[in-house]
Write a protein that binds this ligand. Structure first.
Ligand SMILES: Nc1ncnc2c1ncn2[C@@H]1O[C@H](COP(=O)(O)OP(=O)(O)OP(=O)(O)O)[C@@H](O)[C@H]1O
Ligand SMILES: [Mg+2]
Length: 256
């Protein structure tokens, strides 16, 4: 049975997609069977791996809204090991409105993944920058959550709203949901501020904070334009090394 991990933060641009794609690839590189699910209508996770949704086959939208079998929506990648992707598309944004009146609307993703959960070691879900019905579906479908936090001023701002949502989900929909940890991203060692943010988060975040810190690294930013993860594009780069370390930490960490 897969460990299902959602990468969540309602704040935009904190490194959710970069983390989802590269963590998924790093886990696959270590021999794990991994499925990356793109739950963001921006559809960056799939396109970052060079995947174009085939209109004849469909995307996550078809599974959530139309009940299409998810096994038909799985796209293979050329990542070493085994990495599969269920891509998103812009329609998912309107799909959310259709979801509002559906039965079990908070559990559509969970139900869609049931049939394929056993085929993978890890399922990584890239979430949109919002606390909407799509993200709620990610929270109910997941065992664990990773929260990427950008090393910048006000890094912790907005996190209390996210933690409160997680608390409400635990109380009302999914008691077993766990926070795996916060991940510090875009660390820039030449700036004192980055260090201050790291210690602020380590001292004040109420859950685990990963030892691995993701540096600001140009290779990470440019990899999606090549339709590749940083691991295959620049396997020796600081960004690649950091995501490999993160994968080790994820494999060895039990969420509380
Ligand atoms: N460690 C990093 N070093 C350099 N650039 C990075 C790093 N992480 C992310 N970026 C860049 O920062 C931007 C935002 O990152 P990303 O898309 O991963 O964030 P996101 O949280 O998924 O955004 P959104 O909220 O829009 O979904 C992207 O252009 C990405 O390439
Ligand atoms: Mg994103």
């Amino acid at each position: 049975m897969a460990r299902v991990i959602a990468v969540v933060n309602q704040k935009g641009g904190t490194g959710k997609t970069t983390t989802s794609v590269n963590l998924a690839c790093a886990l696959a590189e270590k021999g794990k069977f991994v499925l990356l699910v793109d739950l963001d209508p921006q559809a960056n996770a799939g396109s970052g791996l060079g995947i174009e949704a085939d209109p004849k086959r469909g995307t996550l939208y078809n599974a959530l809204i139309e009940g299409a079998a998810p096994s038909n929506l799985i796209y293979e990648t050329n990542v070493e090991g085994s990495l599969h992707v269920i891509p998103a598309e812009q329609d998912l944004s309107g799909g959310q409105i259709e979801m509002v009146n559906m039965e079990d609307r908070e559990f559509l993703l969970k139900n869609a993944l049931l049939e394929i959960r056993n085929d993978y070691d890890y399922i990584i879900i890239d979430c949109p920058p919002s606390l909407d019905l799509l993200t709620l579906n990610a929270l109910t479908a997941s065992d664990e959550i990773i929260i990427p936090v950008q090393c910048e001023y006000y890094a912790l701002e907005g996190l209390s709203q996210l933690l409160n949502t997680i608390k409400l989900v635990k109380e009302n929909l999914h008691p077993d949901l766990k926070v795996l940890g916060a991940l510090l991203t875009m660390y820039y060692r030449r700036i004192r501020l980055s260090e201050d943010v790291v210690s602020e988060v380590r001292n004040n975040f109420p859950y685990f904070v990963f030892k691995t810190v993701i540096p600001r690294n140009i290779r990470l930013a440019e990899a999606p334009s090549f339709g590749q993860s940083v691991l295959t594009l620049a396997g020796w780069s600081k960004g690649a090394k950091a995501y490999r370390k993160l994968a080790d930490e994820v494999i060895n960490t039990n969420a509380k």
